[in-house]
Design a protein around this ligand. Structure first.
Ligand code: ADP
Length: 304
């Protein structure tokens, strides 16, 4: 079952094309990540899917419903945490949660939610007394009070310290594991790699790749690197005896062999052994989602 279906979505602001004819779908019960540089069109896409913005063209279905026409039905089915949500500082956590409970037909009790996110003892605190990570958790709790089938999380972990971010990852996985669909955006590639079942990379309003993590990395078609240390001159030996070598670099005793061949390390080891060449610290560096993202969005830079 598809939780979200988008066909040919287009949205312009005056003459700026923010989203340009994009199509994709999101499987129910999965974590879907939309990645892309600032201004790529992620927020606009989310806003069109949840009915906050009117699309110029295309077709959007969310849980089989039309985001604008069926807005009142959808209201109880989706939970939304948008970027930089600002709350009145002089409101207590419990008051804010009560307010949200009053807005839905069949809300979840917020006490177990506070407990689950480790915030029960903050129930009577003012929002202004919470840390950044705690406020982000409140944002999720508020998005969950409707007991939604789909949760939208727009840059939820931006600005959090590494421990708070990891806690958040655990929460997001739990939401998926209890059957909810998660639509998230993030600028943290290792976060997307850890969490997302499927990734859609968008750039200048257009989709440049959509796949699971390994599919995205394969699409970017980036060399793996076999690195090792040796005092011997091996470049020409390797080039002459091993196929599929893109380039060889040497820095002091460190040799790096670039290739698209996943199994090239075994050829290198056999060759070095057969030729009695001393080597050490042999390793394979495989492209990460971040490498793929940078290549696919045209922001590749040489760091390796
Ligand atoms: P992202 O969420 O990926 O950063 P956005 O969807 O916010 O991207 O923006 C996509 C493009 O649309 C950008 O060029 C942005 O400047 C423009 N844009 C976004 N919102 C508005 C708006 N309300 N009015 C005019 N232009 C906008």
């Amino acid at each position: 079952m598809k939780a979200i279906e988008v066909y040919g979505l287009k949205k312009e602001y005056n003459s700026i094309v923010a989203v340009d004819d994009i199509s994709f779908s999101v499987e129910e019960g999965s974590i879907f990540g939309m990645l892309g540089p600032n201004g790529a069109g992620k927020s606009t896409t989310i806003e069109c899917i949840i009915g906050l913005r009117k699309k110029d063209n295309g077709d959007v279905k969310i849980l089989g419903l039309d985001p604008i026409k069926d807005n009142s039905k959808l209201y109880n089915l989706i939970g939304v945490q948008l970027q930089e949500t600002s709350y009145q500082d002089k409101i207590r956590v419990s008051e804010l949660c009560d307010l949200f409970m009053s807005m839905y037909d069949e809300p979840l009790d917020y006490i177990p939610l506070l407990e689950r996110f480790g915030l029960l003892e903050k129930k009577k605190n003012y929002m202004s007394e919470l840390s950044g990570g705690q406020r982000q958790k409140i944002a999720i709790i508020l998005a969950l009070i409707a007991n939604p089938k789909i949760v939208f999380l727009d840059e939820l972990t931006t600005g959090l310290d590494p421990k708070a971010r990891r806690e958040m990852w655990k929460c997001i996985r739990e939401l998926r594991d209890e059957g909810r669909t998660i639509f998230m955006t993030t600028h943290y590639l290792e976060e997307a790699e850890y969490l997302c079942d499927e990734i859609c990379i968008i750039n200048n309003g257009e989709i440049v790749a959509i796949d699971n993590i390994s599919g995205i990395i394969d699409r970017a078609n980036i060399d793996i690197i076999v690195s090792f240390e040796t005092k011997e001159e091996v470049a020409s030996l390797i080039k002459e005896n091993i196929t599929g070598v893109s380039k060889i670099e040497r820095l002091n005793n460190m040799v790096k062999v670039y290739s698209k061949r996943d199994d090239i390390i075994s050829d290198i080891v056999i060759l070095l052994r057969n030729k009695n060449i001393d080597y050490s610290r042999i390793d394979v560096i495989r492209p990460t989602l971040e490498d793929a993202y940078l290549k696919l969005t045209g922001k590749e830079w040489e760091v390796k």
